[in-house]
Design a protein around this ligand. Structure first.
Ligand SMILES: O=C(O)CCC(=O)C(=O)O
Ligand SMILES: [Fe+2]
Length: 278
């Protein structure tokens, strides 16, 4: 499910957003050799590279990305934090704090609408574990023949705050079997529920399938901030939401879930599907 959230009273400072957009554009415009200093390592997820690479002979998405774990702070690996432009690390740090604050507000509002104690929902996200993925989609004349980011749901994510970082649209969500373009509202995040939220809420929030398309003439930039779940926690319907009703998902450790997610092939049923109780 995608829903635009206007951050009235919860504004992330405009200058920070602008700084992030410009730092990120400067970074992706660096020569390849410079970005390679921050390249993903084999079997690693962080750094500069491509999304969803699971085999050597797959067709790659038409995008570069850079992913860093940002929270909890002690789990950061600064080796993957870009040093150019010089302001980038500081900007990411500030943005990470703001995104955490916004995610906490959203969780509190959700707890209320789900009629579950805020503490119970927040417990699943202790430490507000967070990662930031910056996506860069180069233009492609044959844009109809490539896809920027293949259809997916945000698998290990609970909530994704998506910020389109320039004025080129490309996000589409699957709605009733059709791909529907999403036009971001100025000054608003696009908030996406991920698979983890669907499981925790026993399906009350649905994790929406989405993809990113390519523009024939212009590059596109986006920043996805993922709220993960507590590393040593269990992923399953929250008792406070179930209130004794039928569970639609089995419960699994988040560690095992992550392992399975990152080693499974892109095609085939998702972990979410495998966890469903029919
Ligand atoms: O670029 C976009 O609009 C979508 C990005 C996305 O879905 C992701 O990073 O998971
Ligand atoms: Fe996504």
């Amino acid at each position: 499910m995608f829903f635009p959230v206007k951050l009235i009273n919860h504004q992330v400072p405009d200058d920070l957003i602008e700084q992030l957009k410009s730092d990120m554009a400067d970074y992706f415009n660096l020569p390849l050799e410079e970005k390679k200093e921050f390249a993903q390592l084999p079997d690693g997820l962080q750094g500069y590279g491509q999304a969803f690479v699971v085999s050597e002979d797959q067709k790659l998405d038409w995008a570069d990305m850079h992913f860093v774990v940002t929270r909890p702070v002690h789990q950061r690996n600064m080796r993957f934090w870009p040093t150019r432009p010089p302001s980038f690390r500081g900007t990411l740090e500030r943005y990470s704090v703001e995104a955490k604050r916004v995610a906490s507000i959203l969780l509190a509002v959700m707890a209320e609408s789900l009629e579950v104690a805020e503490e119970e929902l927040m417990e699943a996200f202790e430490g507000m574990p967070q990662g930031i993925r910056m996506n860069y989609y180069p233009p492609c004349r044959e844009s109809g023949k490539v896809v920027g980011l293949s259809p997916h749901t945000d698998g290990v994510s609970s909530l994704t705050l998506l910020l389109q970082a320039n004025d080129v649209n490309g996000l589409q969500v699957k709605h009733e079997g059709l791909w529907v373009p999403v036009e971001p509202l100025p000054g608003a995040f696009i908030v996406n529920a991920g698979d983890i939220l669907e499981i925790l809420t026993n399906g009350k929030y649905k994790s929406g399938e989405h993809r990113a398309m390519i523009n024939p003439n212009k590059e596109r930039l986006s920043i996805a901030t993922f709220l993960f779940a507590k590393d040593d926690g269990q992923i399953g319907p929250l008792p406070g939401i179930m209130k004794g009703g039928k569970e639609n998902f089995i419960t699994w450790s988040y560690k095992e879930y992550q392992k399975s997610f990152y080693t499974s092939k892109l095609d085939g049923p998702s972990i979410l599907e495998k966890m469903k109780i029919n």
